[in-house]
Write a protein that binds this ligand. Structure first.
Ligand code: ZN
Length: 322
């Protein structure tokens, strides 16, 4: 008789450059982790082939015969159909990825159930299990990076929608007729509130001669906040305008979902005073006051392991372990 209490989960986080793999126990402890490249031949070897081979290598090294493996939780980049466990869309230039049948192929290779979520949804669930929204029932997670990603938790369940695509909060139109978005729409929040958008704005200011002393091509998020800390008032002004857009987006999500916690993730979320505190202050200033009393707006906590943690938590929910 298997002792499920001692059972473990394989966590897999598939990104555009690497796959992270972890062996996770029932309490969310990461017993072993490893990372394998997926873009070594410019994706000529399909990512899914690399992932399955890497999981095999990982299990060979770390799996213990007397401890049952209960399920595999996968967090993956792209538009993930959670019902079918397939990659139905891919925004980036990742060859041989769209159309991948993750669940089917992995269940052929490993003798346990496989559950697949998109990475932003998985990260949100990870924060609910082990991170900044631990134990919270209604949560909106916003990730500010190259794009704007999101995950929404309603009554402790991930909001998947019909197929698992729900939570694409970066693609709500905030400026009708605005900038073209790679998704095919125009005026998406992502085009104004992502780190990419801030970097683009700063570069434009440099090229227009309004911001001096920094080569446009060297601009990145880290440099922007370093400049502000060094007293660059013009940089602070540009960044504050961008923060206003981020705060306005968050206020909208608060009004739709009435969460207890809004989690802000992405590299920029480590900027507590210059970013998180300002977003919080401005979001609350815009908000219908009745939404505010039980709401906290905080930085994400789990960083690199959020996707893997969320994928495992989703397995636990599906298997009825919690
Ligand atoms: Zn879009």
């Amino acid at each position: 008789m298997e002792n499920r209490q001692n059972g473990r989960y394989l966590a897999v986080d598939i990104g555009g450059t690497a796959v992270k793999i972890g062996l996770v126990d029932q309490e969310g402890n990461f017993l072993h982790t490893a990372e394998y490249p997926v873009a070594f031949d410019d994706y000529e070897t399909p990512i899914l082939d690399t992932v399955i081979a890497s999981c095999g290598i990982f299990m060979e090294e770390f799996d213990e015969d007397d401890v049952p493996l209960l399920a595999i939780g996968v967090s993956a980049t792209g538009s993930i159909n959670t019902v079918k466990g397939t990659v139905d869309g891919s925004a980036g230039q990742v060859k041989n990825w769209k159309g991948s049948r993750i669940k089917e192929r992995m269940e052929e290779r490993f003798p346990v159930p496989v559950y697949v979520l998109n990475d932003a949804n998985a990260a949100a669930l990870g924060e609910v299990w082990l991170g900044a929204a631990k134990g919270k029932r209604n949560v909106v997670a916003v990730t500010i990076g190259t794009g704007v990603g999101g995950g929404i938790i309603v009554n402790s369940q991930l909001l998947l929608g019909e197929s698992g695509f729900a939570g694409e909060i970066g693609h709500i139109t905030i400026r009708y007729g605005g900038r073209e978005c790679p998704c095919g729409n125009t005026g998406c929040l992502e085009e104004y509130a992502s780190m990419t958008a801030l970097v683009r704005q700063v570069r434009q200011e440099i090229e227009a001669g309004r911001l001096e002393g920094i080569p446009a091509k060297e601009v990145n998020g880290r440099l922007i906040f370093q400049e502000i800390r060094n007293g660059n008032k013009e940089m602070e002004r540009i960044t504050d305008q961008w923060i206003d857009v981020v705060a306005a987006g968050i206020t909208g999500f608060v009004h739709i979902f009435n969460p207890e916690t809004v989690i802000i993730g992405g590299g920029v979320s480590s900027q507590q005073e210059l970013f998180i505190d300002k977003v919080r202050q401005r979001a609350f200033a815009r908000m219908h006051p009745e939404f505010a009393p039980n709401l906290e707006i905080v930085a994400a906590k789990l960083a690199n392991n959020a996707g893997m943690a969320g994928a495992v938590y989703y397995c636990k929910q599906r298997l009825g372990e919690i």
